[in-house]
Write a protein that binds this ligand. Structure first.
Ligand SMILES: Cc1cc2nc3c(=O)[nH]c(=O)nc-3n(C[C@H](O)[C@H](O)[C@H](O)COP(=O)(O)OP(=O)(O)OC[C@H]3O[C@@H](n4cnc5c(N)ncnc54)[C@H](O)[C@@H]3O)c2cc1C
Length: 394
């Protein structure tokens, strides 16, 4: 079988792999990217609703979950969000801050893909699509990759195959398999930034409200997010739910506040005096979408004139609105999750280089590593930063 030699081979043409290739190319390395699908950077294309939330102005290690929360600091100090913003500006891509420091393309996520491809071309990076790596062997500090018709040899091998989410656009467990082959620890994997699902009464409640969105706060222990919540046919979603899903484990309840800016206990008791003839659902409609107000009073069987309601009834309603404890039955899984929580154990990797501690020349970058960002551009920033760092060291 024919074989071809490269300085660096990167498996996975996603955000991290492309960034690593560009940086290694700038150091005059002969670089090959191997991608098993027919397309480059599909996740970038579908990200941020097609506009790619490519970074966050406020990104720092507090926006990440990992067994070692300090691990990502080194990469972030070497390649910051401002470095990526500079690159975006160099390519004259227009962008805006949507909210909370989240930067989106004005036009399309394809602008970011085009930018990365242009940079790869400038550095003469070779990209092979539709190419499946059948096996990897390490021999005398070299890595030998076998594909269906050819062997590739390199001194630096970078695994940038991402996580398990959205298999239909190319996600695979390849990175974890390679970690297993090299006896590297992997932390437990979970779908994260994912809608939560319910059964029984709460499911019926959510279904009846599908499409309605509110600003809510959601909490597990001391972790709290105040963002949008949307009811769906399977449960609840929206930014606040996606965020808290990264902290949720089976059998754990979530505290939801459907009206965080208002203490309904006090408000309902005041309204009992001020507007005693109003139905409770009408009172609630002053604060919540009408359909939600009606659904709450019918679920709790409390639709009566507020003047006739007991303290017990009003407490029941205010607790439902401000302190609703719900037990999700599951998540929508990797089919819709934005990321995989967990990954290659950070203890296996040198945070300053992204090189594996046990095997010189083997690198892991991006989502395949146990570094998982909050919603809001942090995951891409991790891909850029970890890709950059590996690119300086391969
Ligand atoms: C719907 C959606 C929206 C998102 N929106 C945002 C957002 O706006 N902002 C943000 O920060 N994050 C967002 N994310 C998360 C973000 O896309 C990922 O965290 C990021 O793409 C990870 O980069 P990566 O390079 O590690 O992996 P990926 O971008 O997933 O790239 C991995 C690449 O490896 C390839 N690959 C997999 N297996 C193999 C194999 N065996 N051989 C060869 N190639 C292989 C894949 O096809 C893919 O091209 C979103 C995710 C989803 C699913």
């Amino acid at each position: 079988m024919m074989s071809e030699k490269f300085d660096v081979i990167i498996i996975g043409a996603g955000a991290a792999g492309l960034m690593c290739a560009i940086e290694a190319g700038k150091r005059n390395k002969k670089v090959l990217i191997v991608e098993h699908t027919s397309k480059i950077a599909e996740k970038i294309r579908i990200s941020g609703g097609g506009r790619c939330n490519f970074t966050n102005i406020y990104s720092n290690n507090e926006n990440f979950l990992s067994n070692n929360n300090h691990f990502c600091k080194s990469a972030f100090s070497k390649y910051t969000q401002n470095d990526f913003i500079k690159l975006v500006k160099k390519h004259k891509i227009k962008f805006h801050e949507k909210k909370l420091g989240q930067l989106f393309c004005d036009n399309s996520a394809k602008d970011i893909i085009k930018m990365l491809i242009t940079e790869c071309e400038n550095q003469k990076v070779e990209i092979k699509i539709n190419t499946e790596v059948k096996s990897i062997i390490r021999k005398k500090n070299l890595y030998i990759l076998e594909t269906i018709d050819k062997k590739f040899v390199c001194s630096s091998l970078v695994i940038a195959t991402g996580g398990l989410s959205i298999p239909k656009i190319g996600a695979s467990d390849f990175g974890y398999k390679i970690a297993n082959q090299f006896n590297l620890k992997i932390t437990k994997l979970y779908p994260a930034l994912v809608p939560l699902t319910f059964k029984n009464d709460i499911l019926e409640f959510c279904k009846s409200l599908a499409g309605i969105s509110i600003e809510a706060s959601v909490k597990i222990n001391k972790t709290i997010f105040n963002e949008g919540l949307i009811f769906t046919h399977r449960g609840i979603s929206g930014p606040s739910i996606l965020q808290i899903s990264s902290y949720w484990k089976p059998d754990r309840t979530i505290e939801v506040n459907l009206l965080p800016q208002n203490s309904m206990d006090k408000t309902l008791k005041e309204r009992r005096i001020k507007t005693p003839k109003q139905n409770i659902s009408n009172v609630l409609s002053d604060f919540l979408p009408n359909k939600l107000a009606i659904a709450i009073t019918s679920l709790l069987n409390t639709n009566q004139k507020i003047g006739e309601a007991s303290n017990n009834t009003l407490n029941k309603i205010s607790n439902f609105i401000n302190k609703l404890n719900v037990l999700p039955t599951g998540t929508e899984g990797y089919k819709t999750a934005e990321v995989t929580l967990g990954g290659i154990d950070t203890n296996e990797i040198n945070s300053a280089t992204m090189e594996c501690k046990k095997y010189s020349g083997l690198y892991f970058i991006g989502e395949v590593v146990d570094v998982t960002g909050h919603l809001g551009g942090h995951n891409f920033q991790w891909a850029w930063s970890s890709g950059y760092v590996a690119g300086q060291n391969v």
